[in-house]
Design a protein around this ligand. Structure first.
Ligand SMILES: Nc1nc2c(c(=O)[nH]1)N[C@H]1C(S)=C(S)[C@@H](COP(=O)(O)O)O[C@H]1N2
Ligand SMILES: [Mo]
Length: 252
């Protein structure tokens, strides 16, 4: 229960800043209060915020701790002519779609993303392949975006669809609502006070600080709320989960 209250408080904070998406007509008539309640209902219903410490923050560091170079892993660029065209225009016209089990599907421009309540955090990235790096990330908090889209009561997972391909298949990952609404979960567009480099997932990549590296989807073009992971890829919720023995829950 305490978890739900805390989380509602976070959402109230974000709703107060809802003008952030005024450019997005899908949001204009949305009664803010109902959004808060429906998010609370979703969490009650699915008891995903059980008695755990999953709301705890990942450790944050100082600028003195930054890794001299933030390593790149996995895909180094998005795929195909459409992505290349966005590279050529500095991602000016990039949009992400927020859909699936939401009452208000959204199409967000990069300006919309920059207008969402932001968070900056210096955190350590841990890859299962055995390396770590500390970087400073800035981005839009995911919780207010989901509040604006108004998750339907059946929504239990958030899926990220990416613009790169590995072996011909587009990368994808998924998280539950506890991680999606965690205060350090952001759609990052800046790294170490500069534009997010292409190889690190430009123009937008997930930072989900209580999870291992492969959960941090890069090159995000759409976000989908689903009731089950059965219909995503081969059903295990992520590109690597479906292909090798990576766990879907990679909490740290
Ligand atoms: N779209 C996409 N996201 C991805 C990957 C990828 O290949 N494609 N690799 C994952 C892995 S295994 C890690 S460790 C991190 C690496 O992020 P970085 O390149 O910024 O270090 O991205 C994750 N997200
Ligand atoms: Mo990784």
């Amino acid at each position: 229960m305490a978890d739900i209250i805390i989380n509602r408080r976070a959402l109230i904070g974000s709703v107060a800043a809802l003008p952030f998406l005024s450019g997005c007509d899908a949001l204009n008539e949305a009664p803010a209060f109902r959004k808060i309640l429906s998010m609370g209902e979703v969490m009650n219903q699915h008891s995903q915020r059980a008695l755990t410490d999953r709301d705890a923050l990942a450790r944050e560091f100082t600028r003195a701790d930054l890794s001299p170079v933030f390593r790149v892993n996995g895909s180094r660029t998005g795929d195909g002519p459409a992505y290349s065209a966005h590279v050529a225009t500095g991602f000016r016209d990039w949009r992400i779609q927020v859909g699936g089990l939401v009452r208000r599907p959204l199409s967000l421009s990069m300006a919309d993303i920059r207008a969402v309540p932001q968070r900056t955090q210096i955190t350590r990235h841990d890859c299962v392949e055995g390396w770590s790096a500390i970087g400073e990330w800035q981005g839009a908090k995911l919780a207010p975006i989901l509040a604006a889209a108004q998750l339907l009561p059946g929504a239990r997972f958030i899926v990220f669809h990416c613009a790169d391909k590995i072996g011909g298949t587009a990368y994808y990952e998924s998280i539950d609502l506890t991680d999606a609404l965690h205060p350090q979960t952001i759609l990052a567009w800046r790294l170490n006070s500069g534009a997010l480099p292409i190889a690190n997932g430009a123009p937008l990549r997930l930072r989900i600080e209580r999870q291992l590296g492969y959960k941090h989807a890069k090159f995000i073009h759409s976000i989908e709320a689903v009731a089950s992971l059965d219909t995503i890829g081969k059903g295990k919720g992520g590109y690597w989960e479906d292909r090798i023995d990576y766990e879907w829950y990679a909490g740290i």
